[in-house]
Design a protein around this ligand. Structure first.
Ligand code: PHE
Length: 453
């Protein structure tokens, strides 16, 4: 294991980690959850979940990964030999597969929309047309699967190239591009007449929409957004240098991720309001409302193509980190060559992922099949975001406090005393010891109906 591939620069660490955090979560999930659940009121609850649960879990995962210098299963085995703690690693691998099953499907729709936008499919489109285009795509028996396979080929090629030559190099080039494209969309949306209503929607809280369900959704989103509770940040942390400032990196990533979510909201809602549409269109917001809204602008199809291109970039860099989890495990624990590990994982996702693709809509091929009242697509999302990730996060913070212990933690967070961040470390310790676990447990018990508030 001497020659483990690593991120070579601090900037590479930032772009790769931010590349994992920023994804469909910012552009697809965040705006539609916000639209459905009371705008800024939802954002406030979400931010609380990020600060008190998501961020502390991210720092904890960095510590575990870098200290053990290993994939999630190997990391817990090294730090707590002979115990069952490495089950957290396996749960992470399971979660990363479940997420990829539906994530690669949605990413496939996004890829296809770039081409649809360029070819002028949406010029002056009416709501009926954009609804029909989306409906046709997701109810087709083969098209979503072909796009999903294209997505997997792209992501696999990057992963096969390696941590430094693949992930680091690609994210260094793509993340700044994503930011510039998003800025372009923001400027266009914010200069539309009537744009202010959308801004107000994002920043003026409506607390009447807040329910217990919404709090659960916000916690799930915080974990999903920051890619924590399922081994990704353990894996990436294991590629960090010993001089990397762990709390500093996590705070920068979380803040930048929130910035991107807000920028996505500012690209979407002002335009939605300017053209008199509803903000709470649900999952279809991205694929039905957005194409229609953009089609009403001058040069709208070009802007739409840009918008879907930036979404595709965000999704692709996030998927790299998802695929890296099983690949690192197979390479390090099973001695599998990297290329074979990647191709095997991708093939499994392609095979099982079609169940998500083909069940995305109730009218689609497998859409009628319900398990616990959910389609395959929703089930994969629910089990990963609302069960496996919060549980993984909970056990990770318990591990950090009760197994790794305060002294080791202080050493890792201060880079063996080289950083002068004692107060940060103390604050972090109080949060991971008391607040994060309590918050996660309360929300979790509430969500499965054991406790009722
Ligand atoms: N954070 C990514 C997003 O918001 C999704 C993701 C989850 C990526 C878990 C990696 C691990 O889209």
């Amino acid at each position: 294991m001497q020659n483990r591939d690593k991120f070579t620069t601090s900037r590479g660490v930032m772009t790769a980690t931010l590349g994992s955090a920023v994804g469909l979560g910012n552009i697809w999930k965040f705006p539609y959850f916000t639209g459905k659940n009371g705008g800024a009121a939802f954002i406030i609850i979400y931010l609380i979940c990020v600060v008190l649960a998501g961020l502390p879990v991210m720092i904890s995962e960095f510590v575990i990964g870098r200290r053990a210098n290993s994939n999630p299963v190997g990391a817990f085995k090294k730090l707590a030999p002979g115990t069952a703690w490495h089950a957290i690693g396996y749960s992470g691998i399971a979660a990363s597969f479940l997420i990829m099953l539906f994530y690669t499907g949605v990413a496939g729709w996004v890829y296809s929309y770039i081409f649809r936008a360029i070819s002028g499919n949406f010029i002056n489109a009416s709501p009926e047309i954009t609804r029909e285009v989306f409906g046709k795509l997701i109810t087709s028996s083969y098209e979503p699967i072909i796009w999903q396979i294209i997505v997997l080929v792209v992501v696999s090629s990057i992963i096969i190239a390696g941590v430094q030559k693949g992930i680091e190099r690609m994210t260094k080039a793509l993340m700044p591009l994503l930011f510039v494209l998003l800025l372009l969309c923001d400027i266009r949306a914010l200069t539309l007449p009537g744009a202010l209503n959308g801004v107000e929607f994002l920043f003026k809280p409506d607390f009447t929409k807040l329910t217990r369900e919404v709090v659960i959704i916000a916690l799930g989103l915080a974990f999903f957004k920051l890619s924590v509770g399922m081994g990704t940040m353990v894996t990436y942390g294991s590629y960090f240098d010993k001089t990397q400032n762990l709390p500093g990196t996590a705070v920068k990533v979380a803040l930048s991720d929130i910035l991107v979510s807000m920028m996505a909201g500012l690209a979407i809602f002002p335009a939605v309001f300017a053209f008199g549409f509803e903000p709470d269109a649900g999952p279809g917001l991205l694929f039905i409302t957005i194409p229609m809204v953009f089609s009403k602008m001058p040069l709208g199809n070009i802007l739409l193509a840009i918008f879907f291109l930036l979404t595709a970039i965000a999704a692709t860099t996030a998927m790299m980190s998802l695929l890296e989890v099983p690949v690192a495990y197979l390479v390090e624990e099973k001695g599998c060559p990297r290329t074979k590990a990647t191709l095997m994982s991708a093939a499994t996702i392609a095979l099982l992922g079609s169940t998500a693709s083909l069940s995305a809509d109730t009218g689609s091929l497998l859409g009628g099949i319900k398990i616990f009242g959910k389609t395959f697509f929703d089930l994969y999302d629910y089990i990963s975001s609302n069960i496996l990730m919060p549980m993984g996060g909970l056990f990770t913070v318990i591990f950090i406090v009760w197994v790794l212990g305060k002294t080791n933690l202080e050493r890792e967070l201060s880079n063996n005393g080289r950083l002068n961040n004692e107060s940060v470390v103390n604050l972090f310790y109080i949060i991971v010891k008391y607040i994060s676990p309590l918050l996660i447990i309360l929300i979790f018990l509430d969500s499965i109906g054991i406790l009722k508030f």
